[in-house]
Design a protein around this ligand. Sequence first.
Ligand code: JFZ
Length: 309
Amino acid sequence: SAQAIAEWQHQKYSMFIHFGLFSLPAGVWKNEKVTKGYSEQIRAHGKITKEEFHALAKSFNPEKWNPDSVASLAKQAGMKSIVITSKHHDGFAMFHTKFSDFNIVDATPYKHDVIKELADACRKQGLKFGVYFSLIDWDFPGASPISETNSDSIPPTHHQFNLNQVEELVTQYGPLSEIWFDMGKPTLQQSQELAAMVRKHQPDCLLSGRLWNDQGDFAVMGDNASPDFRMGTLWQTPASMFDETWGYRSWQVRGDAKEKAKEKLTSLIKVVSAGGNYLLNIGPMGDGGIVPFERDVLLTMGAWFKQNS
Ligand code: JFZ
């Protein structure tokens, strides 16, 4: 609806969260830094077998994760919504799906439905809520071993699985402001079926352009990029704190939080003044805690808004 579009555009500044089973190895596998690729993709770049990766779930117990304080951090930072990874390329679901046991409730000692609890916390605090959902899943033959582009086609059984999980997400987690579909190479029909599934249940949920085949509602720029011309469409810039990774990486060199806040404010202003939405990422640690550096960056930005609004 026109109102949903206006509300989405009005968000301007939101929190992106890359949190998943990948947060636990945090860019290290068998005592070696995995320097290739983003840390949320360590399953592929670290050449971790399916058995090894699935076994990690038994030690995933992010007890420092606190959805209420994450939501209030977003508010203090001046953000209007949160978009979190419900399932990344590694196939681990951060919600209680009944279509695979490889999920946070059934496979870990933690047992909380992270998506449900964050959705509730956002609603309580007046924030919009959306989810990232990867169209590729390295548990499916055809997508694994990883291709260099992550743009593999999606076999019919995997597509049905995606449809099933998307249906869970749009029926069990309250109103979603957006679904951030990502990667893979669906056919036109597959993209249409995914869009139809969402619209049947949630006509006001906006879909990212990475649903492909022109079925999305908003265009997604490259990491930290903004267009040099006025776009004729809704658009968003996802921004990582560090160019090297979105998911937590224990050995990341972080530098000075004030300098980082200045850099991110500069690109936020560029994006928002050109009509885009700015989605700034954080990567919580394997114990669920927020990286202190990232918290400092967000609070510094929030303080700047208060002073300058
Ligand atoms: C994708 C994912 O593969 C990645 O792990 C992360 O989740 C990121 C937000 O999205 O990676 C991309 C895809 C496209 C671009 C950049 C990163 N791009 O077009 O610049």
